[in-house]
Design a protein around this ligand. Structure first.
Ligand code: ADP
Length: 542
């Protein structure tokens, strides 16, 4: 017997309509590429997005077509997010920080038919255009006044001209909620990038999950600034969850330096911000140097790579900002877990509570996880055993785009490539990526634990721990450190700092000081590059 409830498909257009009807005058504020701050409301967003739908139809965009963007976080990108998916086409967010040949490879693999891009990327698109085989039309996301006089891009269209000429009468079509909505490629740290094809259903459900109190706890009482880019994994779902809850949305554009972010946060009274540790490091350095405070910021979600406990403490103890340590990946739309306390932890001492909060946290309803050994056998949830982390859920990938169907999952579970522990209460702790774990004499050493410790030293700005070859142990930890400006720190002092805090055999065999560490397009440590750089490094213990 079937239930007798309404069966409305979960469509992205419903988020837009909801925000326009129930939060009509809530603002979307953007720092534009052209310079000035732009502000309008959810009602304006919905009106212009309907115009955009007519523009897309006029350009010949068909259901299922991949429409690519090369853009920062801004209102036009937001219109494309909603407009493209809601007409039944597929929004393909390209990551402009990738190498040019990777971008060409990805756009050709996705067979993108249209490309919308920000002013910043005119020179890049001029170079790429001849190699983008399937792209039929190029649209520059700006107004007439900023259109380049003589561009090499064929038949270049102006976004604002198209919007201005379009009618705002448009009815969002209703279709199967499993229809593809958007496409995002992983950055391809190993081999070619892989396409993750989201559906309307997976994105709407994730937005629900993200808004929950134990997840990001978003509400219409918030002013939210996603610093995490919209070209990376749905900017952690915030572009959807803000419309679902009616939160004000503040989009920071291309300027990711501490000063720009801080000023926008203060001006727009941001209560909630999201970013990767590297960007927050810049922000914290800036406000520390200038002796500033956050006056409105209450919470920040940090993820994408492990949030060092020292950073969490600075936010919490010095600035009164609650840090939500989150874990996820492109293949998970990306939210998987967030660390928040349970009722029973209420009476725990703050230090003990922090030990939990430093972890990557509990799963959100909608995602399930387990850890297994190399033979695929489930490992105990005791907070000690660590193994390969597998997930499944409403917004977890089944197959990569154009991959052999059924070639990705293991017995219905997606192997994340992360190594983790899970404790009896379900708190998960990433100890490493499968590729980064240091295997010393067959035993595993967590590179993340060593990095977190190193960063806790007051003279350390950033640290990475990689495996270096050792004739006896096969691999041993090598610590690569960036010092804070104008401070002294020796190899011996660094190693002394580890004494008593880790098992003796986890002690790094050597410390190297460098000026900077390599990062991926999304601000993560690029350990592959580091390993390559130090592949012939001879440890003093070898
Ligand atoms: P890519 O795989 O292209 O680098 P993703 O954003 O999909 O981009 O990366 C997901 C990976 O990032 C996870 O599998 C995990 O290794 C790492 N990661 C994400 N969040 C955290 C976190 N809070 N702590 C540790 N690692 C994290």
């Amino acid at each position: 017997m079937l239930g007798l409830m309404q069966n409305q498909p979960l469509l992205i257009s419903s988020l837009l309509e909801h925000a326009a009807r129930h939060h009509a005058d809530t603002e979307v504020v953007s720092r534009t590429i052209e310079g000035p701050i732009h502000r309008y409301t959810y009602a304006d967003l919905a009106r212009r997005t309907r115009k955009l739908a007519n523009v897309l139809a006029g350009l010949g965009v068909q259901t299922g077509d991949r429409v690519a963007t090369l853009a920062w976080n801004g209102f036009r990108h937001l219109e494309l997010y909603y407009g493209i998916s809601s007409t039944g086409a597929v929004l393909h967010t390209l990551n402009p920080r990738l190498f040019q040949d990777q971008l060409v490879w990805i756009a050709n693999h996705a067979e993108d038919s249209y490309l919308f891009f920000d002013l910043t990327f005119v020179p890049l698109v001029e170079t790429l255009a001849p190699q983008l085989k399937s792209v039929k039309k190029f649209v520059l996301m700006t107004d007439r006044a900023h259109m380049p006089a003589d561009s090499k891009i064929p038949d270049l269209q102006c976004y604002e001209d198209l919007i201005e000429a379009a009618s705002e009468d448009y009815e969002w079509p209703q279709f199967d909620e499993n229809t593809a909505s958007s496409l995002c490629y992983t950055s391809g740290t190993t081999g070619n990038p892989k396409g993750v094809l989201y559906s309307h259903r997976s994105n709407v459900l994730e937005a629900y999950g993200a808004a929950l109190p134990d997840t990001l706890n978003l509400s219409a009482f918030d002013s939210v600034m996603p610093v995490v880019p919209m070209f990376h994994a749905n900017s952690w779902c915030l572009v959807y969850a803000c419309l679902l809850t009616g939160a004000k949305l503040v989009l920071p554009g291309k300027d990711m330096d501490g000063k720009s972010l801080y000023e926008l946060m203060q001006a727009e009274q941001v209560t909630f911000a999201a970013g990767v540790p590297t960007i927050w490091l810049l922000l914290l350095q800036y406000i520390e140097k200038e002796g500033l405070r956050f006056t409105t910021l209450k919470r920040t979600v940090i993820g994408g790579s492990a949030c060092p406990p020292a950073m969490m403490r600075t936010f919490q103890d010095k600035y009164g900002v609650t840090v939500l340590h989150a874990w996820g990946m492109t293949e998970m739309s990306p939210l998987g877990s967030v660390s928040t306390l349970k009722y029973k932890h209420k009476t725990w001492a703050p230090e003990k509570q922090n030990e939990l909060l430093y972890k990557q946290g509990r799963t959100i309803y909608g995602v399930d996880m387990k850890i297994v050994d190399d033979a695929g056998k489930s490992l105990p949830w005791d907070g000690r055993a660590f193994g390969n982390l597998l997930v499944k859920g409403y917004w977890v990938l089944r197959d990569y785009y154009k991959s052999e169907p059924g070639s990705t999952l293991q017995g219905g579970w997606f192997p994340t490539g992360d190594v983790a522990t899970i404790d009896a209460d379900g708190y998960m702790n990433i100890t490493d990526r499968t590729k980064d774990v240091i295997k010393s004499g067959g035993e595993w050493i967590s590179s993340i634990d060593l990095e977190n410790l190193a960063i806790a030293h007051p003279a350390v700005a950033e640290a990475a721990c990689i495996a270096a070859h050792h004739p006896k142990w096969d691999e041993r930890p090598l610590l690569v450190v960036v010092k804070k400006p104008n401070v002294d720190l020796t190899r011996e002092e660094m190693l002394k700092f580890f004494e008593g805090k880790i098992a003796k055999w986890w002690m790094p065999d050597d410390v190297i000081f460098v000026d900077e560490l390599p990062h991926t397009a999304t601000g993560k440590l690029q350990k592959l590059k580091l390993r390559e750089k130090f592949k012939d490094y001879k440890l003093p213990t070898a």
